[in-house]
Design a binder for this molecule. Structure first.
Ligand code: ADE
Length: 255
C-alpha cells in the first residue's frame, strides 16, 4: 500500500521513539502542551513524530492536537505492552486488529466497555495498515534472528523465538504489576493479547475523525510481580530498536 500523505508516528515514551528521531530529517519542530511535534522525512516518507506521554488522556490530547494542526492521513502508534495471553513472551510483537478500554465502565447507562454515544466496545484498526504492519514485523523479526548486531540482545532477552500475533489490545490508566491483577484481566477479557495505556484512546479519537490508524506493541513484561523491572530493562535496552526496525521496514516497503 502507498500513502503519499502525511503519516503521524506516535509513542508514549521518548525511549520508544529515540531511534526514529535519530533517523528523521527534521524540517520543522513545534512545541505545544509539553510535547514536541517533529515534522520531516523518515525513510522516504513525510511524517510527524511525537511522544504522547503516558495514559489515555495524554494520548487522546496528542492525537486531537495532531489532527487539528497537520493534514494527517494515517496514524501509527508504536511502543511496548504487558502480555495478557499466557503464550506471549518478552520480545513478541502484537498488532492490534481491535482495541478496547478495559477500565471503561458506564453501566447501567451503557454496557460494560461501551464508549458512550459511539455505540462500540471494540474499535477496529485499518485492515490494510495492519496487514502492511504484519508484513513489516515478519521481516523485522527475521532480521533480528539472523543479524549479528542483535546477538547480544537475542541472548539477553531470549528473542530467538520472537513471533508476531494480531488481535485484541486493551488499554487503561493502570500499569499491571501483579499476577493477581493480570489474571483478573485475563478472566474478564479472555481474548486480550496484551495491555498498555494509550492504544484504545488513540483508536477512539482516530475513529471519531475518520483517520486510519494502527497500533503495534512489543511485549516488554508479563504484567506480573516482575513487570516493573522487566519493563524498565526492556525499555532501556531494546524498545527503541524494535520500534525503529519495524517502522523502517514498513515505510521502506511503501516507497
Ligand atoms: N505497558 C508495558 N507493560 C505494561 C503493563 N504491565 N501494564 C500496562 N501497560 C504496560
Amino acid at each position: 500500500m502507498t500513502c503519499m500523505g502525511l503519516i503521524a508516528i506516535m509513542s508514549a515514551m521518548p525511549e520508544e521513539n529515540a531511534g526514529l528521531l535519530r533517523d528523521l530529517s527534521v524540517t520543522e519542530s513545534f512545541e505545544a502542551g509539553k510535547r514536541t511535534y517533529h515534522r520531516g522525512l523518515l525513510y522516504g516518507q513525510e511524517v510527524v513524530l511525537v511522544c504522547s506521554r503516558w495514559g489515555k488522556v495524554a494520548a487522546a490530547a496528542t492525537v486531537a492536537h495532531l489532527l487539528a494542526k497537520y493534514p494527517i492521513e494515517e496514524l501509527i502508534f508504536t511502543g511496548v505492552a504487558g502480555a495478557v495471553a499466557p503464550s506471549l513472551k518478552v520480545g513478541d510483537v502484537v498488532i492490534g486488529s481491535e482495541l478496547l478500554q478495559h477500565d471503561l465502565d458506564p453501566r447501567p447507562l451503557f454496557s460494560r466497555y461501551e464508549i458512550p454515544l459511539l455505540g462500540s466496545t471494540h474499535l477496529k484498526a485499518d485492515l490494510e495498515c495492519t496487514k502492511a504492519l504484519e508484513h513489516a514485523v515478519v521481516e523485522f523479526l527475521s532480521h533480528l534472528r539472523t543479524s549479528p548486531e542483535w546477538a547480544r540482545s537475542r541472548a539477553e532477552f531470549a528473542l530467538d523465538e520472537a513471533r508476531v500475533r494480531s488481535g485484541l489490545i486493551v488499554s487503561g490508566d493502570r500499569f499491571f504489576q501483579s499476577l493477581e491483577e493480570i489474571s483478573r484481566l485475563r478472566n474478564e477479557l479472555p481474548d486480550a493479547l496484551c495491555v498498555e495505556m494509550e492504544g484504545a484512546a488513540v483508536a477512539q479519537v482516530c475513529t471519531e475523525h475518520g483517520i486510519r490508524f494502527s497500533v503495534v506493541r512489543t511485549i516488554s513484561d508479563a504484567g506480573d510481580d516482575n513487570a516493573h523491572q522487566d519493563f524498565s530493562r526492556f525499555i532501556q535496552e531494546v524498545a527503541s530498536a524494535y520500534s525503529t526496525g519495524i517502522v523502517r521496514k514498513l515505510l521502506e516497503g511503501r516507497r
